[in-house]
Structures are given as C-alpha cells and as structure tokens.
Design a protein around this ligand. Structure first.
Ligand code: PLP
Length: 332
C-alpha cells in the first residue's frame, strides 16, 4: 500500500472487483471499479479534485476562496473534502429529496448546506441554476467565490479521462471490450469512454439510463424524452450537458429499478458488496452490454458509492414497500 502526503493523493487507484454472478450469467468477465473506496466514498472525489485543481490553475480560485455547487450530494462531499484539505470553504445547494445520510455527511464536513425543492432544470429555482446564481452573487459582492458547475465544466470529464479511464485500461493490460455506466453529469461516461477509445478504438461504450432520464431516447431517436421514474440518486439526465456531449456512446439501454435492485441485493448478500442505487443501474447495464457483445468479453462498470449512504431508502423495507419495489430477502 502506498504512503501519501495528503488525503488528496488517496483519491483514485481503486481496485477492479470481479462481479461473480453477473459474469457467470453472461459468460463474460464483468468487473466493477470500486469507486466507493475513494476517501469521500464515491466516484465524485475525482471530479471534485479535477475541478478544483483546474480552477486553481486558471487563477479563478484563489487561496481561502469559496466553492459553490449544486449537487445530489456526492460531488458536494468530494468538494468539501478537497476544499477542507486545501483551505477553501464550500457552499452546497442540494435538492431536498436526496438521502439524509449524504446531507449529514456534508454537515459533518462543515459545508454550508442550502436545501431547495427538487424542481426540474427548466425551473429557475432548480438546484443547479440556484447554485450558479449564488456563486455570481457572492462574486459580485467581492467575495472570492467560484461555481464548480460540474455538469457543464469539462474539467470534470478530463479528471476521468486522465485517471479513471487509464487506470481501467492498465489494470486489465488493455484486455477490455466494453465499458458502461449511467450519467449524472456525464463526466465519468465521457472521460472513461474517451480514454478507452483513445487506447483501443474498437472498445464499445454503453450508457445505462434509469427511468425518468432522457438520454436513452436521445441516443435512440435524437429526441430528449423521458417516462417513469427511479429511486436512484446522482444519475438520470434530462439534457445534453457539456460533459454528456463529449461521450462516445455506441449502445444505450434503459434500465428499470425492478431490473436493477434484485442484482444489487444479491451482490450484498452473496458477494459482500453493499452498493448504492446508481451501481445497480450500472451493473444491470453491464449485463445488457455483455449479452450484446457475446460470451468471452471483458466488460467494466463503475461501483459509484456505498449502500451505507442509502440505509434510510434503498435498504429500508418501509421505503421500498411504499414504492412497490422488490425487497432484499434478508429484510423482507
Ligand atoms: C451515486 C452517483 N452515481 C453516479 C453518478 C454519476 O456520475 P457522473 O456525474 O460522472 O455522470 C453520481 C454523480 O453525482 C453519483 O452521485
């Protein structure tokens, strides 16, 4: 194990874990990149670090400055972690539908938390637009404040293009046939997709889209249309963000919670992997891509964060019953 000078050097270099049941069911080798092992507990530590380093390099963020962001939680946790380590302040705007576990974590980290109603992007009070306005207001008052703007700031995808993607390629010695994940900002999908295609042009990149998101329809028909909903958090995009626009997508699949959740509960019970809901959509997508490409292939997806972050929702029988969703056998 490496010895590091700072927690920031502990971001990345995560293991690839073979997903046994998914691999056996498809005759492929399906691996999950264990991003829940990052210090802030999610894949978003990488984006947070990349965005802050980019803002420092451009001169936009000066010592002691404030980072403002609208986030479903994990990016905020990553930003607060990096900001605390480097002497910045964080102000996080979060939709009130996100899990209490993520909000508590942000408070523990000393981030200033502003909870807003979960309204669509078209509404001016949407958390993303709210955070952009707030950053502008603080800057207008002469405060040294920047907007991280993870959705349309391509420093996000560059972070994955420079770290996550090359790590996956090197860990497998180039023996990779497909990569798939869901999109929140699209940073992971675009960054990893670009890094892999640059190293191996025939690698196939897939999008796993939850219900309620519009990207599946976009890749299939060119139109942004959505139907249904999902209890997953941090994923499900309704517009072409600057990061999504650069994603080299070959295949797109629409995944329901009913399809994904049993896979998640089975992984917890039989493979010791307690994961969050976006990982479930990703793994269901990896199984679809494996079936598309045929047996003998190697497919990678992202294990974005831990189930511990959703004990009150995804692993709460009362919540699942209320939503009419399948329960894990050991909680039924
Ligand atoms: C739990 C979780 N999974 C997946 C994602 C999506 O990652 P990206 O923003 O790189 O598309 C996020 C983003 O916030 C997240 O919080």
């Amino acid at each position: 194990m490496k010895v590091t000078e700072s927690v920031l050097d502990a971001i990345g270099d995560t293991p690839l874990i073979k997903l046994r049941a998914a691999s056996q069911a498809t005759g492929c080798a399906i691996y999950g990149k264990a991003e829940f092992m990052n210090p802030g507990g999610s894949v978003k530590d990488r984006a947070a670090l990349a965005i802050i380093r980019d803002a420092e390099a451009s001169g936009a963020l000066k010592p002691g400055g404030t980072i403002v962001e609208g986030t479903a939680g994990n990016t905020g946790i990553g930003l607060a972690l990096v900001a605390n380590a480097l002497g910045y302040r964080t102000v996080i705007v979060i939709p009130d539908t996100q899990s209490d576990e993520k909000k508590s974590m942000l408070r523990l980290q000393g981030a200033e938390l502003i909870e807003v109603p979960a309204v669509p992007y078209s509404n001016p009070d949407n958390y993303v637009k709210y955070s952009g306005r707030l950053a502008e207001e603080l800057a207008a008052k002469g405060q040294n404040a920047i907007w991280a703007n993870q959705f349309d700031n391509v420093a996000n995808l560059r972070g994955h293009e420079e770290t996550t993607g090359p790590e996956i390629y090197d860990q497998l010695g180039g023996r990779i046939d497909g990569f798939i994940c869901a999109a929140g900002t699209g940073g992971t999908l675009a960054g990893v997709g670009r890094a892999l295609k640059a190293r191996k042009p025939d690698v196939k990149i897939g999008l796993a889209d939850p219900m309620g998101a519009s990207l599946y329809s976009y890749y299939k028909t060119g139109e942004l249309k959505s139907s249904g909903s999902s209890i997953t958090e941090g994923i499900g995009q309704g517009r072409i963000t600057a990061n999504v626009a650069l994603a080299p997508v070959d295949f797109a699949y629409q995944i329901t919670d009913e399809e994904a959740l049993p896979i998640l509960f089975d992984l917890a019970a039989r493979e010791g992997l307690l994961l969050g809901g976006s990982s479930a959509i990703n793994i269901a997508g990896a199984i679809r891509l494996a079936r598309e490409l045929g047996p003998g292939k190697t497919i990678v997806t992202i294990l974005c964060d831990s189930g511990a972050r959703y004990a009150s929702k995804l692993y709460n029988p009362a919540f699942l019953r209320e939503k009419g969703l399948p329960l894990p056998a050991w909680l039924a």
